[in-house]
Design a protein around this ligand. Sequence first.
Ligand code: ADP
Ligand code: ADP
Length: 226
Amino acid sequence: MASLSLKNVCKVYPNGFVAVKDFNLEIADKEFIIFVGPSGCGKSTTLRMIAGLEEISSGELWIGDKLVNDVEPKDRDIAMVFQNYALYPHMTVYDNMAFGLKLRKVPKADIDKAVHEAAKILDIEHLLDRKPKALSGGQRQRVAMGRAIVRSPKVFLMDEPLSNLDAKLRVQMRVEISKLHQRLETTIIYVTHDQTEAMTLGTRIVVLKDGIIQQVDTPSNLYNTP
Ligand code: ADP
Ligand code: ADP
């Protein structure tokens, strides 16, 4: 069973602009799918439709065996990591990570367990009492990922998660994300402008232009590397 499938998905914004056209893709469990393409080609729109943050104009979106077109974001088995971290500045790292689970009325003991497990995986256990202000960029990005991990979602969506980091940290976090993918055995859909990220992380790369899929292939086929 595919972990996610998009069937003829289209997005027409209220002003009539067609941002995504006839998007067809079947994503298997544990795949690491990369969306690439020029600015404005529809990468974020597609991610936001999958997350439920943007309405699908036509077509079908399936998560596992469930048609989710009309399912609320919080009831989709999905978590999203943004490039701007989107941490709550007034909350501690712990509370930032716990927030989504509290919203879903998960019992306190289960929240505590999930937060500590995720913090351990991401090596941020020693930061749980801090506020985001007192963290480095890389640490903040880990917390943002921690918020997603605690929910053990079926699918992770990452919209240029490393684009705000400096080059050195970007390389380091790229390795971390790769490890995370293997360790969590999860499906990831990842938007990037960085060809190295696409090549090293992706199992398949989706090339978009003007809201239309141009090509779907493995990194080695796409970039002609052995
Ligand atoms: P990408 O993530 O690939 O840069 P987006 O998905 O953000 O592209 O945008 C795709 C296209 O849709 C762009 O041309 C953008 O200007 C347009 N767009 C995005 N949001 C809206 C909106 N709310 N109303 C109209 N057009 C939009
Ligand atoms: P989840 O963990 O379920 O994804 P979030 O904690 O990301 O939930 O978001 C819950 C709600 O709070 C959403 O409506 C989101 O838009 C909003 N939100 C997320 N981050 C911030 C922030 N830094 N400041 C204000 N509102 C936020």
